[in-house]
Design a protein. Structure first.
Lengths: 503, 118
């Protein structure tokens, strides 16, 4: 008879909470009672844990066992508590000393033969354990690579329950994560020099990359819309450590983190097909929602090719994350918030028939209008830059080659640095994140400079949000031009890229 | 008598001896009514102790005590009420125990006493 405590982590979206597991053995008929809002998978762990302990050669206490997961209010899901539950039972039965367990967080699913299976979301679990002040964390050996991404925590990898018990008893050592691998340069994305012509569209992509703006590319098929969009990611700077860890946490929660434990600093490019479901795009799933494409594209690019083919409800669902930089998903077991600060790149044909030269179009005007009309006004209002791609008239290699990714990226990084220096005291990194009111008050431009915006507003050509967004683009143009603030010409350029007639 | 009934009988004998050895006074055994049967009714002089005896000859199909589930516990509670009524006993504290008897061939008999099991 006895009482014991172990610790594990419950994952709620990408946020982890330390969970204390108490075990009381004795005082009644044999049976396991699991309390503290466990879900179905966690209820099943009663049987898994018992089988794993018995098959590892230990005696299962034939008494009444109460296992309490605290805080009791928090819903706990999944199989990651198995290891902590098994150790709690054995410690309460007197097989393990409680002192060995203090300060340790145990993560892992048990197989019936006592092997330790990997679980989803090890990285956010470790971050939560570190934040809660844990000293040591045991993870399944398969997750050691992922675990090596977290500093300031002693992480141990175990292959089976027996390994863990022997380690707790001080009889054996557990595997430690290897040195953190340097961020590898993933296969370099295709180079911008491959795209023939398209001066305007290239410029739009450069501005978008420099300021964190959203782009719409419209043009006939075969002019390089998709090529350009795929090369867009190459223009973005590498992610900083915090950003890379954010992204890795989202990938881990989605079960998409490669096991190698390489912290990727390449901004993600997520390009879902237009038949994607709402749950895959925004995030979803039963019980507690899982991250979707918008979150997997966090700090990177969400590329929607053939945008008018997308169902309108999917496109319009992007409006909130575009504005907030996060999605809040409510399901039966609670609401989770996933970060979703992505840059949207839309590509579209000008009409359904889409000939090489627009003048050959045979679509009735109504069909033409309806085609691009599928991109709703509110969505387009959030797209800062619209670029029309022109038919290519010659494939002959020009004497001077087209600008390469490296050249454009140099300018982008310079402009981003200028913007970051200006907003450093305010907590924003890019122009796209700056709230409109700040741009209109503390960083207000002279009346003469913003006059084009006023007249466009008066003429009903742009909305108030559109004016704010044009202002942000103007600031980015100033950063790219190396000026300390936009002038009237740059504001007009920003408005030109906003022009709805372009699309 | 079938083999399983003989085993149960032997288990109850062993259980009654075990209880007497531990200072309990056996009041009644195999008391039947239309609801079923109580194995052993005894007292520790302060409260009534109603015992369910479960005997098995191996643990191949689980421990003896695991066979006492919620349905069985409910029936024993009802039976205890019926026993009290039949014997005109006024209100008295009742404790429900389970005695798990393991009679494995070639091994000493093991009796496990779960006090206040339900």
């Amino acid at each position: 008879m006895g009482l014991a405590r172990t610790w594990s982590v419950a994952l709620h979206g990408v946020a982890g909470h330390l969970v204390e597991i108490e075990s009381d053995v004795g005082g009644g008929l044999p049976g396991i009672h699991l309390v503290g809002l466990p879900d179905a998978a966690l209820h099943e762990s009663k049987d898994r844990v018992k089988a794993a302990v018995v098959n590892s050669g230990w005696q299962w206490p034939n008494e009444r066992i109460v296992l309490a997961l605290s805080p009791a209010m928090l819903r706990k899901a999944g199989s990651g508590f198995d290891l902590a539950l098994a150790c709690a039972v054995l410690a309460a039965d007197g097989i393990l000393p409680q002192s060995a367990l203090n300060g340790s967080v145990l993560l892992g699913e048990l197989a019936l033969d006592g092997r330790l299976r990997p679980i989803r979301g090890v990285l956010p679990c470790l971050l939560a354990a570190r934040a809660a002040g844990a000293e040591r964390v045991v993870v399944p050996a398969a997750a050691l690579g992922e675990a090596s991404l977290v500093d300031g925590l002693a992480v141990f990898g175990a292959a089976s329950l027996t390994d863990v018990l022997r380690w707790l008893a001080g009889e054996a050592e557990l595997a430690r994560p290897g040195p953190r691998p340097n961020p590898v340069d993933d296969a370099a994305p295709a180079d911008l020099a491959d795209v023939v012509g398209q001066h305007d569209a290239r410029h739009a992509c450069e501005i978008a990359a420099a300021g964190g703006h959203h782009v719409l590319l419209v043009g006939p098929p075969g002019t390089g819309k998709t090529m350009l969009a795929q090369r867009f990611v190459g223009l973005l700077p590498r992610l900083d450590a915090a950003g890379a860890l954010d992204l890795a946490s989202i990938r881990s929660a989605a079960g998409r983190l490669p096991g190698a434990g390489v912290l990727s600093t390449v901004p993600p490019l997520i390009a879902p097909h237009h038949s994607t479901s709402m749950a895959a795009l925004i995030g979803g799933g039963s019980g507690l929602a899982r991250p979707g494409a918008v979150s997997l594209a966090h700090r990177g690019v969400l590329f929607l090719d053939e945008a008018p083919e997308w169902a309108p409800h999917l496109l319009d669902a992007l409006r909130t994350p575009l504005e907030d930089g996060a999605v809040r998903l409510s399901r039966a077991e609670g609401t989770v918030e996933y970060p979703a600060r992505f840059q949207l790149v839309l590509a579209a044909n000008p009409c359904p028939c889409a000939p090489a030269h627009d003048r050959d179009c045979v679509c009735p005007s109504l069909v033409r209008r309806r085609y691009l009309g599928r991109l709703s006004g509110p969505l387009l209002d959030r797209v800062d830059l619209r670029a029309r791609m022109l038919p290519i008239t010659t494939l002959a290699t020009v004497a001077e080659p087209w600008e390469s990714t490296a050249q454009v990226r140099g300018r982008v990084i310079g402009a981003r640095a200028a913007a970051a220096a200006r907003w450093a005291g305010h907590g924003w990194a890019t122009n796209a994140e700056v709230p409109g009111p700040v741009l209109r008050t503390r960083f207000a431009l002279p009346a003469g400079v913003v006059r084009p915006l006023d007249s466009a507003l008066r003429a009903g050509e742009i909305t108030a949000r559109g004016a704010d967004r044009a202002l942000r683009v103007a600031w980015t143009l100033a950063d790219l031009a190396g000026r300390d603030r936009p002038d009237r010409e740059l504001v007009e350029t920003a408005l030109f890229f906003r022009d709805r007639r372009a699309a | 008598m079938a083999a399983k009934d003989a085993l149960g009988r032997r288990g109850e004998e062993l259980a009654a001896a075990y209880l007497a050895e531990h200072g309990l006074v056996v009041l009644d055994r195999n008391w039947r009514c239309r609801l079923g049967e109580l194995d052993i009714v005894c007292t520790d002089t302060r409260r009534l102790v109603v015992c369910e005896v479960k005997t098995r000859s191996s643990t191949r199909f689980g421990l003896p005590a695991e066979a006492v589930d919620a349905r069985k516990a409910h029936r024993i509670r009802q039976l205890a009420g019926a026993w009290l009524a039949a014997h005109h006993v006024p209100w008295v504290e009742v404790r429900y125990d389970v005695l798990a008897v393991l009679v494995e061939p070639g091994a000493p008999v093991r009796v496990h006493h779960y006090e206040a099991a339900f």
